[in-house]
Design a protein around this ligand. Structure first.
Ligand SMILES: O=c1ccn([C@H]2C[C@H](O)[C@@H](COP(=O)(O)OP(=O)(O)OP(=O)(O)O)O2)c(=O)[nH]1
Ligand SMILES: [Mg+2]
Length: 193
């Protein structure tokens, strides 16, 4: 456009506010650790396709509500967790995650709050290359009450996430930071301690 004095001004027209979706861009090329290509890409880049084998008569893990992060996993065996005891249970599923993803086996808050049941190694890490059955190592934190779970009970939830792999670069010194080497409660405790 021609401005005053004959100088040319660029018209500032805001561009469309569209963020590129890195998932959508790369999905077609995603490869599994085995080299098997992915199935057709999903709809809008907000889901990732994960191949699953049902090793038992179990439901495909599903999300209870839209927007949930965790898909529930069931135990395929009846189990009694003694007070403060732990048991590893099979879930009847194995999966193939695309490279660049991992799945994390998280406790369920209802089991934790009502019965004290958690997962020893929470969250358990399922590597992209793992093809074995997903298992859950349950722990009954209650000091006195045993907890009985039966085949089909939902005992954990699986959260699928993109993960970065680091290139660890040895260095003599590290850049300074506000926290420095303070940790393990350096910012203060809680009321009474
Ligand atoms: O709660 C879990 C945690 C892990 N796994 C499976 C998937 C994972 O890829 C594999 C190995 O897990 P991890 O690396 O945590 O165990 P590790 O003790 O380091 O075993 P490994 O030497 O096989 O890596 O075991 C599960 O089924 N459930
Ligand atoms: Mg390991």
């Amino acid at each position: 456009m021609e401005g005053e004095g004959g100088r040319r001004h660029e018209a500032i027209i805001p561009g469309p506010r569209v963020r590129p979706n890195p998932l959508a861009a790369s999905r077609a090329e995603v490869a599994y650790s085995s080299g098997v290509p992915t199935p057709a890409p999903g709809d809008d880049g907000s889901t990732v396709d994960v191949l699953i084998r049902l090793l038992d008569d179990v439901p495909v893990p599903s999300y209870a509500h839209p927007g949930d992060a965790g898909a529930d996993l069931v135990t395929t065996v009846d189990v009694e967790l003694p007070p403060q005891g732990r048991v590893t249970v099979p879930t009847g599923v194995s999966i193939a995650l695309p490279d660049g993803y991992a799945a994390f086996v998280h406790p369920r808050s209802g089991l934790a709050a009502k019965h004290g049941v958690t997962i020893v190694n929470a969250p358990g890490t399922v590597d992209a290359g793992y093809r074995g059955e997903i298992k859950v190592t349950l722990l009954n934190t209650d000091a006195t009450e045993a907890v009985k779970l039966v085949r089909g009970d939902r005992v954990a939830q699986l959260v699928v996430q993109r993960v970065e792999r680091a290139r660890f670069l040895p260095a003599e010194t590290l850049p300074g930071s506000h926290r420095g080497d303070g940790g393990f409660g350096s910012s203060g405790g809680f009321a009474g301690r």
